[in-house]
Design a protein around this ligand. Structure first.
Ligand code: NAD
Length: 510
């Protein structure tokens, strides 16, 4: 454990409690021991929470919420400002923990905590901007207005690949909106959740508000399902696979609750024959290889004009050859491991499927054998496959660094192929032609929630609304007016006159 000494400064012990309701609950469930994907060795354990622990966490969150909702929003923002400061103080250790537990390189681990800081800053400003409308009434001496109110206890379910930032996107914005939270993190990355909760709740605990950041580590059956079917949770914000999203939508929909879904993507980047190839190459390598292809916005398909196909393929293969695979905490590493052995098996199965469907592997294609301490890690080679758009495997999201290179004849064909998949998260086009760029961004262009020009598919800023269409789930989080998902809208009409005129001029009696 010696190389993990920094964990104790984040409050992580060898065995940890799996629930927080303002205090840490001594959970008694079986030990969940996450695996360090870089070595295959076990990390500190978390004792699973059960239904009784869950009920305790929700009850405490509800009670804290009753007081929290009465604070003026800018006062709530002041707490979030201090959460941002705590995160700044602990950025290095938290970034290291993200890297250790989910295998992304340290720079990306730091970037993830910076994203949490950025959203905290954004939420502080937002706390003074939860604007409603005033609306002209058709009746004399009446006025209408819209007001936004807190929802209650919001359930947050997060994926392994952004073990801190996805929660922060939700929690920071939702806190200033006046809500309490119950967070169920991925079972692959519970330690980051423990540490984030410990660091952020410290600010709230001082005034007895710790329970606003409830945490529950448990199985999908035991606590995940409890959240989905719990009437006390008016909103479930869930990030993860399309498979999970379907379950969440059905169960939350059945009780007429709200769900905010951020699901898988199958992101295409188009390169036209007038593109700046140097720019495109760099964007593709970061988008396809970064986070070992385990981002929802990872570039999975490159739709390249046939005239420049061979040139781009050559540049990409050269660039892939320089990618150093290995320990994510080593500063020289550009690509760390996949999350677990199952992810490696899925990578291998997808490569085999692509080959059997007519794909040609241009580089990579197999697992990567690491040595020494890393021999038990889950490494694969970044892979490029020359493919056709109609290959079934190309329609799927394989959560691994596999890039399909597909020749196209022009912008219209590129848009058609890009949109012809079930997912609709992120997309990009590289061109110097303003007509092609604007077409791509128009109503007949990309059908995705994110559409970029001369920028890759991954690495969104927090200021915009983030999310996607179709099977990606339709949710929007983070910036712009995404905050509205965490509040309920109230329309009020006030009559300050002495008559009672009815809308639409209806005469009733008299
Ligand atoms: P996953 O679907 O396996 O798990 C995500 C979360 O859902 C976990 O906390 C898991 O425990 C929970 N979950 C799964 N089944 C559940 C159930 N029946 N009831 C309650 N909770 C349940 O996803 P993952 O492997 O952790 O993450 C990878 C996926 O997430 C990819 O598809 C990726 O594209 C997607 N993702 C999307 C976004 C986005 O913003 N669109 C961001 C990150 C990841």
């Amino acid at each position: 454990m010696s190389q993990y000494d920094f964990l104790s400064s984040l409050g992580i012990q060898d065995v940890n409690p799996g629930a927080y309701d303002g205090t840490w609950i001594d959970t008694t469930g079986p030990e969940l021991r996450p695996i360090n994907p870089a070595t295959g060795k076990p990390l500190p354990a978390v004792k699973d929470a059960n239904r009784a622990d869950y009920r305790r966490v929700v009850k405490a969150a509800q009670q804290a919420w009753l007081r929290w909702r009465e604070l003026p929003a800018p006062k709530r923002g002041e707490y979030v400002r201090r959460i941002g400061e705590k995160l700044r103080e602990r950025k290095d250790e938290l970034g290291q923990l993200v890297s250790l537990e989910c295998g992304k390189i340290y720079q990306e681990g730091l970037g993830e905590i910076q994203e949490c800081i950025d959203i905290a800053d954004f939420a502080v400003g937002l706390s003074r901007q939860l604007y409603g409308l005033t609306i002209a009434s058709e009746r004399p001496q009446h006025h209408m207005r819209e007001t936004w109110h807190p929802l209650g206890v919001v359930g947050i379910i997060t994926a392994f690949n952004f073990p801190a930032a996805v929660w922060a996107w939700n929690a920071c914005v939702s806190l200033v909106c006046g809500n309490a939270h119950v967070w169920k993190p991925s079972r692959k990355t519970p330690l980051t959740a423990l540490a984030m909760t410990r660091v952020c709740a410290e600010v709230l605990e001082e005034d007895g508000f710790g329970a606003l950041l409830g945490l529950i580590v448990g199985t999908d059956d035991e606590v995940g399902n409890a959240m989905l079917t719990d009437q006390r949770l008016p909103l479930i914000s869930a990030t993860g696979s399309v498979r999970m999203g379907r379950i969440v939508a059905e169960k939350v929909g059945k009780r007429l609750g709200r769900s905010l879904l951020e699901l898988g993507g199958n992101n295409a980047l188009t390169v036209l024959d007038d593109a700046d190839l140097g720019l495109a190459t760099r964007a593709i390598v970061f988008g396809a290889v970064g986070t070992a292809g385990q981002r929802c916005t990872t570039t999975r398909r490159v739709l390249v004009h046939h005239k420049i196909h061979d040139e781009l393929a050559r540049r990409l293969v050269d660039a892939y050859g320089t990618v150093k695979i290995g320990d994510p905490l080593d500063p020289a590493t550009l690509m760390g491991p996949l999350i677990d052995a199952q992810a490696v098996a899925q990578f291998e199965a997808a490569v085999e499927a692509a080959k059997s469907q007519g794909g040609e592997v241009l580089t990579g294609g197999t697992a990567h054998r690491a040595e020494g301490d890393l021999a038990g890690g889950f490494y694969v080679q970044p892979t490029i496959i020359k493919a056709r758009a109609d290959m079934p495997i190309v329609q799927e999201e394989t959560f691994a660094p596999i890039l399909y290179l597909i020749p196209i004849k022009g912008v219209n064909e590129a848009i058609r192929i890009q949109n012809d998949v079930p997912q609709g998260l992120s997309s990009a086009i590289f061109t110097r032609n303003v007509r092609h760029a604007e077409r791509f961004l128009s109503a007949v262009g990309s059908d995705c929630g994110i559409a970029n020009v001369n920028i890759g598919t991954s690495g969104a800023e927090i200021g915009g609304a983030f999310g996607g269409e179709k099977e990606t789930g339709g949710g929007r989080e983070s910036g712009s007016d995404s905050w509205k998902a965490y509040m309920r809208r109230q329309t009020s009409t006030v009559n300050w006159g002495t008559e009672l005129p009815l809308a639409q001029g209806i005469q009733f009696g008299e």
